[in-house]
Design a protein around this ligand. Structure first.
Ligand code: ADP
Ligand code: MG
Length: 467
């Protein structure tokens, strides 16, 4: 079972509380027990002392060797205890040594105490001991003498009364205390963990595209504050590192662009020069195609690098989105002319849109290129619908479709479903990544649904408020 730190902390607080409470109660009960025993012991000792003296001075001399009068003597002794000394203790037992063993007499609040004594009682050494007699606890003092034993006992009541009383108070109170302590513990740990939860929530929001964000400053100058500072410094270093990589991509793309343009120009010149053989022309054509493709990739890379670092200069103007779409569809019709493909503009609402016209053109071009590239027969269908709050633009084709497991990756850079095939068709896998960025930069969203063998549907939603 997985418990949160908060819960564990709360439980720990409750545990410590009950541990300390138990320890204090336990140790005070033990101390009380010892103290009360000592009190009883002192009383027993005192009584034992004067009883021996009384017995030895007044009765010992009267005992006869045969023990015929012992009963009567014992009765007299006990009477004297009660009447003259007002002695009312629990029990007093005399055990006189005789030739055959011992004769035992008892008296006191506990009737027939001698019969209740546990086995082996007479074998134990002199001194104090505890015994359970007739369901009650007794503190007992045994002393041994030349004539026999004297046993005095007193009920050890006070301690158990206190214990009972305490349990009576605690038993109904404990569930209440438990609830209070658990609630208190939960509250305290929540308080302690709150900054952690806040920082975690903030950290969750930091992504690659928002690395300039930092964790919220924490007021305390404790270990946690230190951790937040350290994490923020770490995010700073990551940001710098990522920035460097982006800058590198941008610089590399930039550096490659110029020589590639020159190369392309020279190839075109060569292509037009006279006296060139058919074979050379073919080779030149191929080289020129590859160069153009490379230029495109580099352009796309540069655009993505700029978008990452927020350096792309987006220029928003108000323009007719429906006209841009019409032009894209016308271009697509021309390209589809050779194939058994039907290009249709199903619906085209008039829409005034505020955005970067160049980027929107690029978006539409990318989508129609994809549709053309991956549809060999059937139809490609465009719609543009202006709703209350959003503009909906769709490109639907009856092409090869995208397998479900690839669908979640197609926005990744350089991701292509079938690399070998798409490369032959001139794709590099950057198109959709760019499309998504363009839509996001206009505050919209892009969704793709697809089914293998049946076709693909791209839906772009742009906020109408921008127009
Ligand atoms: N309309 C579509 N039909 C089928 N597959 C598509 C479609 N659009 C995109 N894809 C798949 O998604 C991949 C990524 O698309 P994209 O980023 O435009 O790259 P590229 O067009 O350069 O290959 C493509 O390689 C292709 O496999
Ligand atoms: Mg593409």
């Amino acid at each position: 079972m997985k418990l949160s730190i908060r819960t564990r902390l709360g439980l720990l607080i409750a545990l410590v509380f009950f541990g300390v409470l138990g320890f204090i109660l336990g140790s005070s009960m033990i101390a009380l027990y010892w103290e009360l025993n000592r009190e009883i012991d002192k009383e027993l000792q005192l009584e034992n002392g004067w009883m021996i003296q009384l017995f030895e001075t007044e009765f010992l001399g009267l005992l006869t060797p045969g023990g015929q009068q012992d009963e009567a003597l014992a009765a007299e002794f006990y009477e004297e205890l009660h009447e003259i000394y007002g002695y009312k203790q629990e029990f007093v037992i005399f055990a006189l040594k005789t030739e055959t063993g011992r004769r035992v007499f008892s008296d006191g609040g506990l009737k027939n105490a001698q019969l209740l004594l546990p086995k082996g009682f007479w074998e134990q050494p002199e001194g104090f001991s505890n015994h359970l007699l007739a369901g009650r606890r007794y503190r007992v003092l045994i002393s041994s003498h030349s004539w026999g034993f004297l046993v005095v006992g007193k009920e050890n009541r006070t301690f158990f009364e206190v214990l009972d009383e305490l349990l009576d108070i605690l038993t109904p109170g404990i569930p209440l205390i438990l609830i209070l302590v658990l609630a208190g513990g939960w509250f305290l740990s929540r308080l302690a963990m709150r900054p952690v939860a806040e920082v975690a929530a903030a950290a969750d929001k930091i992504t690659m595209s928002q690395l300039e964000q930092r964790l919220p400053a924490y007021r305390g100058e404790d270990e946690f504050g230190q951790l937040v500072l350290t994490l923020n410094r770490m995010i700073g270093r990551i940001e710098a590192g990522v920035q460097k990589v982006r800058q590198f991509t941008q610089d590399a793309a930039h550096e490659l662009r110029t020589p590639l343009t020159i190369l392309r120009g020279e190839l075109e010149l060569l292509y037009q020069s006279p006296g060139i053989t058919e074979e050379q022309l073919g080779a030149l054509q191929k080289a020129l195609d590859r160069t153009i493709m490379m230029s495109k990739i580099i352009d796309n890379l540069l655009l993505l690098a700029q978008s990452d670092s927020g350096q792309y200069p987006i220029q928003k103007t108000v323009f007719r989105l429906d006209e841009v779409l019409r032009q894209t569809v016308e271009d697509a019709e021309i390209l589809a002319h050779n194939h058994s493909l039907e290009v249709r503009l199903e619906r085209c609402d008039e829409v005034l849109f505020k955005g970067d016209e160049g980027l929107i053109r690029r978006l539409l071009l990318n989508l129609s290129e994809n549709a053309l590239k991956f549809t060999h027969s059937g139809m490609i269908q465009f719609t543009l619908a202006a709703h209350q709050e959003l503009i909906e633009l769709t490109v639907r084709d009856s092409g090869i479709g995208i397998p479900a497991e690839d669908l979640k990756h197609i926005f990744d850079r350089f991701y292509r479903v079938n690399k070998a095939r798409t490369r032959a068709e001139g794709g590099s896998g950057l198109g959709l990544a760019i499309c998504r960025w363009i839509v996001a930069a206009h505050g919209g969203s892009l969704h793709i649904d697809s089914e293998v063998g049946r076709g693909t549907m791209v839906r772009v939603e742009l906020p109408a408020a921008d127009g």
